[in-house]
Ligand binder design. Structure first.
Ligand code: V47
Length: 364
């Protein structure tokens, strides 16, 4: 692999012509220390794809339970049902939480991601979605990762298609991107052997897209993966997007080690790695419209910087973040809409409030 200036010149020429970058280009970008130039290239692509809008949404995170049968080595949120931290929300708990969030008249999006509960039947999840759709018809429901959908298929004996169709009929409009981690079974067998395999996660996305449910996709990085595995993961997602066109947003999750099994041997990624990875994701994923700078994980100043490294989406107000804060995230647990608007305006970009399918509600 060559890592001199010439390599970046060749990549820049491709980027300027709108040509697709190869795996070798991805590896060369990671091998380069020219962070400013990589960021500049990613910013060119960001501007070409979405102009100066930065998407955000007024939302609430709903984590129905933290009990989880998967107990992944990188996760601090999931726990056994006997753990003193364990909780499972009843229908009344859920109703009360969403009602509270809806006191904000701008609340539009519910983001639903949970542990794999050891006993709940699939029908409980469908009933939750039906209740939410009936009692809060103004909300857009973005629910269940590919891992949860695979779990629902296993516990119900239904196919992935049947599970997704039932959830769509109940009111699910889009799906979050979690559970992809690194789509490589070497890594999954080590870190998360008790949940969807790489091909199961991909299959859920494929079927969701065929049913008209848009999904997000993610990458959990900075743990035991190699740089080549990061690049391969991005190319796998790019191929899926070529096939279906159903991925709306890509999110990178830098591994947060606190309170996780893996945390004893792995440290938090550096800011440089976070910015470089964000930029390379923008450059490699030429067919995915939105790249999210998830402020919860990056912290607010780094999320603002990331908007200059290829990102065009900053996520939402959230209401109360649990998964990353259990793992030591050093950011607020929620923001106000005004906070987000200010954060975006400080970067010179235009805040664009949207629903979970990126329909713009208003700009500022
Ligand atoms: O799959 C868990 C990640 C995901 C850790 O689609 C961790 O807009 C870093 O799906 N360090 C679940 N990452 C959360 C999720 C999500 C969150 C926000 C926005 C969206 C979206 C989706 O969280 C997991 C895993 O990849 N995760 N633990 C950790 N210690």
């Amino acid at each position: 692999m060559v890592t001199n200036l010439n390599t970046l010149d060749l990549i820049e020429a491709k980027v300027l012509k709108g040509e697709r970058l190869s795996k070798e280009d991805g590896l060369n970008l990671f091998a380069s220390n020219d962070l400013a130039r990589i960021g500049y290239l990613a910013d060119l692509v960001r501007k070409r794809i979405s102009g100066d809008y930065v998407y955000y949404n007024v939302n609430c995170h709903l984590n129905l339970t933290n009990m989880c049968t998967a107990l992944c080595d990188f996760c601090a949120f999931g726990c056994e049902e006997t753990d003193k931290r364990a909780y499972a929300m009843t229908m009344d708990d859920i109703r009360a939480k969403v009602k509270r969030a809806c006191l904000d008249p701008n609340m539009k999006n519910l983001h639903i991601v949970s542990g794999l509960h050891p006993h709940w039947p699939f029908s409980y999840y469908v009933d939750v979605i039906k209740m939410l759709k009936k009692e809060f018809p103004q909300l857009h429901l973005k629910g269940f990762t590919g891992v949860e959908i695979t779990h629902f298929a296993k516990i119900s004996g239904k196919s992935i298609r049947e599970v997704l169709q039932e959830l769509k009929d109940a009111g699910i409009e889009a799906m979050p991107g979690g559970g992809a981690e690194i789509l490589n079974d070497r890594i999954r067998n080590k870190l998360c052997p008790n949940k969807a395999t790489a091909s199961e996660w991909l299959e859920v996305s494929r079927v969701a897209h065929s049913l008209g449910i848009k999904t997000n996709a993610s990458m959990l990085y900075g743990h035991i993966e190699t740089i080549e595995e990061r690049v391969d993961h991005l190319i796998t997602l790019r191929n899926l997007q070529d096939e279906t066109g159903g991925i709306q947003t890509f999110i990178c999750f830098p591994f947060h080690p606190a309170n996780t099994k893996l945390g004893q041997s792995v440290q938090r990624t550096s800011v440089w790695d976070d910015l470089k990875t964000m930029a390379i994701c923008r450059l490699m994923l030429d067919n995915i419209h939105n790249i999210k700078a998830y402020w919860v994980m990056l912290t607010l100043p780094i999320a603002q910087l990331a908007l200059g490294f290829g990102a065009n989406d900053i996520d939402g107000t959230i209401s109360e973040e649990k998964i990353m804060h259990d793992a030591g995230a050093n950011s607020p647990k929620a923001l106000t809409r005004d906070n987000l608007i200010t954060l975006i305006k400080q970067t010179g970009r235009i805040p664009a409030e949207c629903d979970c399918n990126f329909n713009i509600i208003r700009t500022f």
